[in-house]
Design a protein around this ligand. Structure first.
Ligand code: 5AD
Ligand code: FES
Length: 353
């Protein structure tokens, strides 16, 4: 391997961050050989903390109604071809019941920014979930809300919050979002969630329009500094009814490379092999795990709504029942020598290293 690349790889493997210039160089000059070396090191680091466990989180897609108009997203407000739905508290609890029966101990409630879900409604729902299943973690992924709202939901018992930062470059952020959304507000949300004691997940799409080695370098620096408990990264996949319909999808290769880098940068991070990665390659999720990921998120939503929750085209798992989805993932993980575990799987301290 070229000398400078080798030195950067050695630094990362030794647990040092690289700085914007170093990350940029690493990304622009990466080779299959480098990717292999980083994946091997990432798997070894994860193995020390988490062994061969892959954590499962049951994903409940509660609503595709969204007031935002993110340029990349299939459920953006201006998409008139999207058949809208929302699940009421009873339907959400029924999904969780099924999930609990299947062994899930983390429920992720994800949805668009839908004003139907007031703080009162959500607090009641979270209270009901935690009352019924005190051994479960409740994760919310409901977009940008006020400090008071995040506080109320934490008070009601929510444990974790997923809010991808989408890109750590302000100009790039603005090119992916309408003027009504701001990079500052996104970062405000992440800081406040952290301050309130949530376990926090950030993340970004790989290959989003306008992304460069330099914007990705900023994402990596942000992750190195923010040290999220979780980090969701998956390829951008175009959706036919969005501005970015004709843009190319992100690649498996770059997504897996970044999974390895992020594992090395922040060893204890919970890192999902995402559905989007499984969508662009039939073995995408397996490849993600073999690059350093350690979480999968099978779909627990009612089968009748899964097609409608289309953030991007050709999403997988839309025809399967929850039990089938879980069994499918168990089989897939076993086929590469990993075991899915259904306990809460809280983030482990890096000191285990
Ligand atoms: N391709 C891939 N991921 C997408 N997301 C939204 N639209 C797309 C798309 N077209 C991701 C965003 C969001 C998460 C819930 O899904 O990063 O934060
Ligand atoms: Fe859903 Fe395979 S994980 S069908």
């Amino acid at each position: 391997m070229q000398e400078k690349l080798q030195a950067l790889a050695d630094s990362l493997i030794a647990g040092r961050s690289l700085g914007a210039e170093g990350f940029g160089y690493l990304l622009e000059n990466r080779t299959p050989q480098l990717a292999q070396a980083l994946a091997k090191a990432a798997v070894a680091v994860r193995q020390k903390i988490y062994g061969r466990a892959v954590y499962v989180r049951g994903l409940i897609e509660i609503s595709n109604i969204c007031k935002n108009d993110c340029l990349y997203c299939g459920i953006r407000a201006s998409n008139k071809n999207c058949q809208r739905y929302r699940l009421g508290p009873e339907e959400i609890l029924a999904c969780a019941d099924e999930g609990y029966r299947l062994g899930f101990r983390t429920f992720v409630l994800q949805g668009g920014e839908d004003a139907y879900y007031t703080d009162e409604l959500l607090a009641g729902l979270i209270g009901a979930l935690k009352g019924k299943y005190p051994d479960c973690a409740v994760t919310l992924s409901l977009g940008e809300r006020s400090y008071e709202s995040y506080k109320a939901l934490k008070g009601a018992g929510a444990d974790r919050y997923l809010l991808r930062h989408e890109t750590a470059d302000k100009a790039h952020y603005e090119s992916l979002h309408p003027p009504a959304m701001s990079f500052e507000n996104r970062m405000r949300c992440l800081r406040e969630l952290r301050g309130l004691g949530y376990q926090v997940g950030c993340g970004f799409m790989v290959g989003s329009p306008g992304q460069t080695a330099q914007t990705l370098a900023k994402d990596l620096q942000f992750i190195a500094e923010f040290k999220p408990d979780m980090c969701g990264i998956g390829p951008f996949v175009p959706h036919a009814d969005t501005v970015f319909a004709k843009e190319p999808a992100g690649t498996v290769e770059l997504t897996c490379f970044l999974l390895s880098v992020i594992r090395l940068l922040h060893p204890p991070v919970l890192l999902p092999a995402t559905t989007a990665l499984g969508t662009i390659h039939p073995e995408g999720r397996e490849m993600g795990i073999l690059s350093g990921a350690n979480v999968v998120m099978p779909n627990l939503s009612p089968v009748s709504v899964r097609e409608k929750y289309a953030l991007y085209d050709n999403k997988i798992c839309t025809g399967e029942e929850s039990a089938q989805c879980k069994d499918c993932l168990s089989r897939r993980m076993r086929s590469i020598g990993y075991e899915i575990v259904t306990d809460r799987g809280d983030v482990k301290a890096g000191e285990a290293l």
